[in-house]
Each structure stands twice: as structure tokens, then as C-alpha cells.
Design a protein around this ligand. Structure first.
Ligand SMILES: [Zn+2]
Length: 77
């Protein structure tokens, strides 16, 4: 009796919404600690491409470096 395959379980449908969101190119905004802000930090206009890491001084529709079309995920920063 061989049980060597037991315990090996690959869940194939295990792609979460989280993973999908991470796959969508978007700008990651710079933040800076600021104690006068309610959240304790402020968002700077500068942002970074989640796809290639290119840093821009403002949001653009497409990443000038890798050409990824940026999606704005409103309310989720
Ligand atoms: Zn890019």
C-alpha cells in the first residue's frame, strides 16, 4: 500500500481577486509621514509603475516606460 501521493493537493482554482488586482498595472503613490494628517501620512503626487517600477512625478494614462495602460482603482490606495 503506497500513500506517497497523499497530502499533495494543488488547488487549481485558487486565484483570488487580490492576485488579479495585483496583475493590473496601476500607480503606486509615494507617501510621506505627516503627523498633521488624519491618517498619519500624506500621498505625494509622485508614483511608481506597479508593472515595471518606473517612477513618474505624476499619474499618467500609460506608463511611459513599459506602455502599460494604467487603471485607476478609486478608493483603494
Ligand atoms: Zn511601467
Amino acid at each position: 500500500m503506497t500513500n506517497e501521493r497523499k497530502g499533495v493537493h494543488v488547488a487549481k482554482g485558487d486565484i483570488t481577486l487580490d492576485a488579479i488586482q495585483q496583475a493590473i498595472p496601476h500607480w503606486i503613490h509615494d507617501t510621506r509621514k505627516d503627523e498633521s494628517s488624519v491618517t498619519g501620512e500624506v500621498f505625494l503626487p509622485g508614483c511608481k509603475c506597479s508593472s515595471c517600477g518606473y517612477h513618474s512625478n505624476m499619474e499618467k494614462e500609460r506608463c511611459p516606460h513599459c506602455g502599460a495602460i494604467m487603471r485607476k482603482i478609486k478608493g483603494v490606495y
